[in-house]
Each structure stands twice: as structure tokens, then as C-alpha cells.
Design a protein around this ligand. Structure first.
Ligand SMILES: CC(C)(COP(=O)(O)OP(=O)(O)OC[C@H]1O[C@@H](n2cnc3c(N)ncnc32)[C@H](O)[C@@H]1OP(=O)(O)O)[C@@H](O)C(=O)NCCC(=O)NCCSC(=O)Cc1ccccc1
Length: 156
């Protein structure tokens, strides 16, 4: 994903810019398309997007399937990582642990956050990304952590 955050900043200046950015982001990792995440905010250490409660992301309960929400959380985490990581470093997700804390009965807002100091650590490090999926009434329906493996880019 070359210059993801630079692209976001450029596009966000236009009325439909975030929507266009979301479509471009999906191209980088096509599975994201199944949840159709729409970015509303992106910067270092924080990313926010929405996953709409469409029929194709619902489960047998008629709520948003937790895997669709996890897909949205992964998309938010990925964009956050791109906006936060120093140019000499690389990242890859190493694990995800989540709890299902309430029924996902509405569109879901996916939030990913990190502490700024985490990105200043050197060497091979694990950085925890806090993730949560919020219902329209503000209740968290999914909460957890995605662990990123962050290392120096190999010398070319
Ligand atoms: C790599 C590690 C996490 C740790 O293994 P260790 O041996 O302790 O680590 P070590 O640092 O020694 O590196 C060894 C080798 O590992 C590779 N490599 C390392 N870093 C990177 C990197 N940044 N990028 C690329 N490759 C990297 C590289 O070949 C390196 O060899 P090299 O040094 O180049 O010659 C291993 O457990 C693993 O592959 N797990 C599966 C992880 C996985 O598949 N996650 C994706 C699932 S998430 C998803 O699909 C959703 C999603 C999509 C898009 C966006 C958002 C979400």
C-alpha cells in the first residue's frame, strides 16, 4: 500500500474524497470489499470507518456478522498502521483477540487506536492496536486487540 496516508489526505479535501479513498483501499486487499468499509477519519494512531448493516453482512440473528465487523476492524488497523509507521519500518498483523460484547443491531462504527509512544520503539516489537465496533447508540459490540509485528525494513 504505497503512500496510503498521503492519498487519504489528498482525497479527504474533496466532498466525495473519503468515499473514493475507501474504494481505492479495498483494491489493496480485496477481501475488505465484502464488508464495504467507509472511512470517516484517518490519522496517526486513530482510524474510524463504518460498516453498513446490509443483508449480505448479516447472520442468522439479523445482526451484523462479527466476522464482517472484524474485517472492518482489520481495515481500520491497516490504515492506522500506514498512517503511523516510520518510513524505515514495516508491519504485519500477528494476531487478533476479540470479545463479542453486545448484539450488532445497527450500522457499525469501527475504531482502531494506538499510543503514539509505541511507534517510537526500536528493534523487533509487538504493537497492540486497540479495536472496537460501536453500535449507533454507542454500545461496543466487539472489543479487542490486534497485535502488529513491527520490524525494520530489510536492506535492499
Ligand atoms: C512474520 C511473523 C508475524 C513473525 O515471524 P518471525 O519469524 O518472528 O518474524 P521475522 O521478523 O523474522 O520475519 C520472518 C519473515 O516473515 C515475513 N515478514 C515479516 N514482517 C513482514 C512484513 N511486515 N510484511 C511482509 N512480510 C513480513 C518475511 O518473509 C520475513 O522474512 P524476511 O525478513 O523478509 O527475509 C509470522 O508469525 C507470520 O508470518 N505470521 C503470519 C502473519 C500474516 O500472515 N499476517 C497477515 C494476516 S492479516 C490479513 O490478512 C488482513 C489484513 C490485510 C491487509 C492489511 C491489514 C489486514
Amino acid at each position: 500500500m504505497p503512500d496510503t496516508y498521503a492519498l487519504y489526505r489528498r482525497l479527504a479535501a474533496y466532498p466525495q474524497g473519503r468515499r473514493v479513498f475507501s474504494l481505492v483501499f479495498e483494491q489493496a486487499a480485496p477481501y475488505f470489499r465484502s464488508a464495504r468499509p467507509r472511512f470517516v477519519e484517518l490519522g496517526p494512531n486513530r482510524a474510524v470507518l463504518t460498516v453498513k448493516k446490509r443483508r449480505r453482512v448479516q447472520n442468522h440473528l439479523g445482526t451484523v456478522h462479527v466476522i464482517a465487523i472484524c474485517n472492518g476492524l482489520e481495515a481500520a488497523m491497516g490504515a492506522l498502521a500506514e498512517a503511523s509507521i516510520p518510513s524505515t519500518r514495516r508491519w504485519i498483523p500477528k494476531g487478533m483477540a476479540v470479545d463479542y460484547t453486545a448484539k450488532a443491531t445497527s450500522d457499525i462504527t469501527c475504531v482502531a487506536e494506538t499510543d503514539p509512544a509505541e511507534w517510537e520503539r526500536t528493534g523487533d516489537v509487538e504493537i497492540p492496536v486497540r479495536v472496537k465496533g460501536l453500535r449507533a447508540d454507542g454500545t461496543a459490540v466487539v472489543e479487542g486487540t490486534i497485535r502488529l509485528w513491527v520490524t525494520d525494513k530489510p536492506a535492499r
